[in-house]
Every structure is written in structure tokens, then in C-alpha cells.
Design a protein around this ligand. Structure first.
Ligand SMILES: Nc1ncnc2c1ncn2[C@@H]1O[C@H](COP(=O)(O)OP(=O)(O)OP(=O)(O)O)[C@@H](O)[C@H]1O
Length: 244
């Protein structure tokens, strides 16, 4: 039987995802589509399946049942190397912890995905420094992670995820380790940078602020969808007047 291809205007599309981690159910029939350029927030309590859903959508984890498509490419049938290539070439990932390499300075950390893709040292440095400046941490470019504040480290991780201008940025609780003021600022900067570069974002968060920065919020509970709220186009854009 041929699988049904996703709708043309969805950059990511998932159908009926089921996944269980060694007996504990994480996804229980989740379907969703993500439009190109959309900022989609996944919202729900601890353990509701947000991380598992992001891992399935980004091709890191193959769901036990269900389909994931990136544009017209089925991700759920790809081999491991092809999925790794897809993640490196087209996706960006930000987790709750910055996960920086301690021996490298800020620009070298931010430039890593470009260097892994074979960019020259000089062009990788230029692009990484541009991203650090957009994220207001240009002055930290030559500092190593130990000399940075946690909020600055997380911005370096955001720069690293955006430096390749990915088609889709996956962000899993990207502000979980930050103080309240830093959280709001980091979310605003991240969503503004994504909008001005037409990067699609799928973001899991407990943060209330995210609802006003996202175009759409999907609730998850016990591995199932429990509601969608869509902001009017103008509200989503107006909430984010800062473009970087
Ligand atoms: N690698 C794993 N091994 C075993 N169980 C897991 C694993 N990852 C997740 N789980 C379980 O699967 C369920 C969903 O977890 P998941 O991390 O996807 O939820 P979450 O909404 O992202 O939670 P959190 O906000 O705590 O990150 C939970 O019951 C969790 O304990």
C-alpha cells in the first residue's frame, strides 16, 4: 500500500505517531502538520511526550508506529545515516542545556555545524560571529563557555542551531535553565531571528510567554493532543515586533 503524501504547504507532517519507551507510553496517536515559516509551540506537563514528539519529528527517533514526512520525503523509512545527514543539513536543535564544547570559544562552538559541513574556517567564523551579534553576544565571541553566564551560553547554543539557517529549528525547553527575565528575552530573540530568516520552529515549552510568541499552540497530555489555539496572523506577528 502506498503511504499518503503530506499536504503541499506543510513542511513537516506526522500521522498517528505511537511510541513506548521500555513499556512506558510516550506518544499515543499524535498527528500534526507544521506550515512553512510557522512557529508552533508544544505545551504540556512533564512527561506528556513533548521531547519524544520532537525527537520523532526531527528524525532522531523512529516511532514504533506512524509516519513522519519532511516536505515530500518520508523520514520514518530512512536509514540512520540518511537521517543524520538530514538533521545536519536541514534541521537545527536546541535542548534545555547549552551542551557547548568547553575547549572551544563561543564563535567556534557556534560555527561547529558549518565546519562539520565542510565550510572554510574563515567563512564559518564570519557567519558564526554574525549570529552571535544578532543574538546580542558578539562581545563574547572569543570567550570559552566557563567564562560566560548561563544565559549567554544558551545564546551560543541558539546561534549554533541557527548558523546553518535550517529549514526547521527544534527547540526542547530551550529556556528551562534560565531565570525568568532571561527566559523571556531568549524566547523573544529566538522567535524573532527565526521569523526574519523564515525558519520554521517547533518548540516545546512550559513557559507561558511562548503562547504569545507562537503562531499556534498544541497541547499534549499523556501522549495525545488535547487542543489547539491559533493566533490570528496579525497577532502572532505583532507580538514579535523585534526583528533581528
Ligand atoms: N529514554 C527513555 N527511556 C524510558 N522512558 C522514557 C525515555 N524518554 C521518555 N520516557 C518516558 O516517556 C514519557 C514521555 O516523556 P517525554 O520526555 O517525551 O515527555 P516531556 O513532555 O518532554 O517531559 P519533560 O517536560 O519532562 O521533558 C515519560 O513517561 C518519560 O518518563
Amino acid at each position: 500500500m502506498f503511504a499518503m503524501a503530506p499536504p503541499d504547504n506543510d513542511v513537516l507532517w506526522a500521522r498517528s505517531l505511537h511510541h513506548t519507551h521500555s513499556g512506558s507510553p510516550a506518544l499515543n496517536g499524535v498527528s500534526l502538520g507544521v506550515r512553512e515559516g510557522e512557529i508552533l509551540a508544544l505545551y504540556g506537563p512533564r512527561g506528556c511526550g513533548k521531547t519524544t514528539l520532537l525527537r520523532c519529528l526531527s528524525g532522531e527517533l523512529i516511532p514504533q508506529q506512524g509516519e513522519v514526512w519532511f516536505n515530500s520525503t518520508p523520514v520514518h523509512t530512512m536509514g540512520r545515516l540518511a537521517r543524520e545527514r538530514l538533521r545536519l543539513d536541514r534541521f537545527g536543535w536546541i535542548g534545555p542545556e547549552p551542551g557547548l564544547v568547553p575547549e572551544l570559544n563561543a564563535w567556534e562552538n557556534a560555527a561547529l555545524p558549518l565546519l562539520l559541513r565542510g565550510s572554510s574556517h574563515r567563512s564559518a567564523r564570519t557567519t558564526a560571529v554574525e549570529w552571535l551579534e544578532r543574538l546580542d553576544i558578539g562581545s563574547c565571541a572569543t570567550k570559552r563557555p566557563h567564562a560566560l553566564l548561563q544565559a549567554q551560553r544558551q545564546r551560543v547554543a541558539i546561534a549554533r542551531a541557527l548558523v546553518t539557517t535550517p529549514a526547521v529549528l527544534f527547540a526542547d525547553e530551550p529556556t528551562a535553565t534560565l531565570h525568568r527575565a532571561d527566559r523571556a528575552h531568549a524566547l523573544r530573540t529566538l522567535t524573532a531571528a527565526a521569523r526574519s530568516h523564515r525558519i520554521t520552529v517547533v518548540l516545546a515549552s512550559h513557559d507561558d510567554d511562548i503562547a504569545e510568541l507562537a503562531d499556534r499552540t498544541i497541547g499534549l497530555m499523556d501522549g495525545r493532543r488535547v487542543g489547539t489555539s491559533r493566533l490570528a496572523e496579525t497577532e502572532g506577528r505583532a507580538a514579535c515586533s523585534l526583528y533581528v
